[in-house]
Write a protein that binds this ligand. Structure first.
Ligand code: WTA
Length: 647
């Protein structure tokens, strides 16, 4: 067995026996276990009498007859308990200014915003799109929606006008909250201008109001009656707002994510079950205590920013750091400098950030973490993609001072919170392994027919029983929900879409990556089909396109596109120029994160005689591997040589 790294000697869940006891409790009485935690972690206006309802499987319900309000749980209850002066959010701007917001202040801001939404006619069940920079106002916007029972859909500020428009339309949103601009890496980037673009030509008829947070004061266009300044709307509003009590199944939010086919899907989450797991995992995986300063570096546009910025830490009354900027500005020591300055104790980031900071520290010794006092840290976390053992060890030694356990948390937009992860006081860690299921989560590895695969062998990662924070449906497409996550051959198990294996000795899980046509680039999920559609929508130039992933040292996976043009195949500088044009096109269609790293042009694509593109061959070509697969069914084998080389 490889070296295991020790857990902490003191944490809320301490020792393997305590972990086992929780797993046993869930085994004995699954619904009762979650009901106990649901009562402990959430304040209910009206207690639930039912735990799991599986009568309409796979449309599961949890705590259905309980009434709650998520923002009450995240804000009011701490203020009522006399903890209103506690700092909820330490916000640091891109240019290093710091603003502390107490629980009382965050509650007041949330209530004003909630009242403003109500004044604009936003009601329980309406959808509100949030297209905001990292900010206290961004978190408050989410909380304000929760307060009035509106379902938010946060769209990452890096998505294009087209992507934003698609999401507004799919959700049928009635209002949108944005900012004039966002400040990242010393640059002001437009948000409102992109919103204007998304809404142009009456593209989003359901959307009535745009609320604009003034971040930079940069020049923007204004549409009378539709656009409103956030500060003008909120200053007229009272600081209190009675929470809308909703049932536990009420949709708290939609979050769009890529699948293997078609357009991004709106993953729908509940209020009660979701909040329980966000709070519970923050408590157990990060051992969040009153003395902690928690920092999750994700953006609120991703699920990690929902569960571990907007909801989990606040539900526990914790203190968290929220950062507007990027890890490399003003230099690549920014994270370490901020940990030192704010005495961060729990730090949660992504492997891609760690890898890029390793590289930066190698070339610029001044930004190496050893130049900073990181002694406040006690727990580290990783999320979004597999962390390679070399990056794990660097993180452990150089950031954690060989003292802080690393929580390699495996989960997904659809799971709402951590599913397989070490616990800080429990689990000896193995670099590159997310170790063991969170207590109660029935993660397993099966074959294509849903049968268990013995430890030591790889297979398909599934979750055998429903859990409180699971996806409830795909917004507007319950059939796709069933088909994507509960395929018939898997006996009703939840299909995660990842491959995994379990170690023969420890039973530890290792995630081997997606088994579908979803790529993971710097921890961002991208459907290959989405990028292909974006490319072929350039109808003037592109005849056909196929997109595959290939391993990349920095970004985990990189996007490689094979393109057939409507004109003859370009070479040299011309090929470079066209590739650039197409990369920018994809950025405009989806967002800069979807830009292919490489584009290769061919006269054709490798196809079977029935016309199917052989993606497996393209994957080998993208990696620069010799093609060893059987090519006898290939219509046009000569094309492989042409596509094997960069243009
Ligand atoms: C991958 C992010 C390995 C996985 C929370 C999953 C991981 C997808 C890990 C979900 C991890 C996430 N180790 N792979 N610790 N965490 N993944 O929806 O492929 O943006 O299916 O949620 O990221 O990405 P999503």
């Amino acid at each position: 067995m490889s070296t295991l790294f020790p857990p902490l000697t003191q944490a809320r869940i301490q020792g393997m026996a305590a972990y086992q006891a929780l797993c046993d409790e869930a085994e004995r009485d699954y619904a009762g276990y979650w009901a106990r935690l649901g009562r402990e972690y959430i304040s209910w206006k009206q207690p639930f009498t039912k735990s799991l309802d599986d009568s309409q499987a796979p449309f599961f319900k949890w705590f259905e007859d309980g009434l709650l309000n998520v923002s009450y749980n995240c804000l009011d209850r701490h203020v009522e308990a006399g903890r209103g002066d506690r700092t909820a959010i330490i916000f640091e701007t891109d240019d290093g200014q710091v603003r502390n917001t107490s629980y009382s202040q965050l509650l007041a801001l949330t209530c004003r915003l909630a009242n403003a939404l109500k004044a604009k006619g936003v009601k329980k069940g309406d959808r509100v799109v949030i297209y905001m920079p990292m900010s206290v106002e961004g978190v408050a916007a989410m909380q304000a929606c929760a307060r009035i029972g509106a379902t938010h859909s946060v769209v990452f500020g890096g998505f294009s006008a087209q992507s934003l428009r698609d999401r507004i339309q799919d959700a049928g949103a009635v209002a949108l909250i944005t900012a004039d601009e966002q400040l990242r890496g010393g640059k002001a980037l437009p948000l409102k201008a992109i919103v204007d673009d998304a809404l142009a030509d009456g593209a989003c008829p359901t959307l009535k109001d745009v609320i604009v947070y003034k971040r930079t004061g940069g020049a923007i266009n204004w549409t009378a009656h539709r656009d409103h300044w956030l500060h003008e709307l909120t200053e007229q509003q009272p600081e209190t707002c009675e929470p809308e009590w909703v049932d536990a199944e009420h949709p708290l939010f939609l979050l769009y994510t890529s699948g293997s086919t078609g357009k991004p899907k709106g993953v729908q989450h509940s209020s009660g079950g979701y909040l329980l797991h966000a709070a519970l995992t923050t408590s157990w995986t990060f051992d969040l205590q009153d003395s902690d300063v928690f920092w999750c570096t994700a953006d609120i546009g991703w699920v990690t920013g929902h569960s571990y910025i907007a909801y989990g830490p606040l539900a526990l009354g914790g203190t968290e750091l929220v950062f507007e900027g990027v890890p490399t500005y003003p230099d690549a020591g920014r994270f370490w400098q901020m940990i030192q300055k704010h005495k961060v104790t729990v730090f949660y980031t992504a492997p891609t950030a760690i890898r890029s900071l390793i590289k930066a520290a190698e070339t610029t010794p001044a930004v190496h973490p050893k130049n900073y006092d990181l002694s406040s840290l006690r727990i580290l976390g990783s999320v979004g993609e597999p962390i390679n053992p070399a990056a794990w060890l660097w993180y452990y030694e150089n950031v954690g001072g060989s003292r802080c356990p690393i929580m390699d948390t495996w989960w997904q937009t659809e799971t709402g919170g951590h599913m397989i992860t070490p616990l800080p006081g429990v689990t000896p860690q193995l670099p590159g392994s997310c170790t063991l299921p969170f207590p109660g989560i029935q993660a397993a590895i099966v074959d294509e027919t849903g049968h268990d695969v013995p430890n030591g062998q790889g297979g398909i990662l599934v979750v055998k029983k429903p859990w409180p924070s699971m996806i409830r449906t795909i917004w507007g497409d319950p059939e796709r929900y069933k088909k994507s996550y509960f395929p018939e051959e898997l006996k009703g198990y939840y299909l995660a879409g990842d491959g995994a294996s379990r170690a023969a000795d420890t039973g530890y899980f290792t995630i081997t990556g997606r088994i579908d046509d979803v790529l993971n680039v710097s921890g961002h999920r991208m459907g290959t089909m989405e990028i292909e559609s974006a490319l072929v929508s350039h109808t003037e130039l592109v005849a056909e396109a196929a997109v595959v992933g290939r391993p990349d040292d920095l970004t985990g996976e990189a996007i490689c596109a094979f393109v057939v043009l409507k004109r003859s195949r370009p070479t040299g500088d011309e090929a470079k120029a066209i590739a650039n044009e197409l990369r920018n096109w994809v950025a405009k269609e989806i967002g800069p994160i979807a830009k292919p790293k490489e584009i290769r042009f061919g006269d054709n694509l490798p196809k079977t005689r029935s016309g199917k593109i052989m993606r497996r061959l393209l994957r080998s070509l993208a990696k620069g591997e010799a093609v060893t697969q059987d090519t006898s069914t290939l219509e046009n084998p000569a094309i492989l040589d042409q596509l094997a080389k960069a243009n």
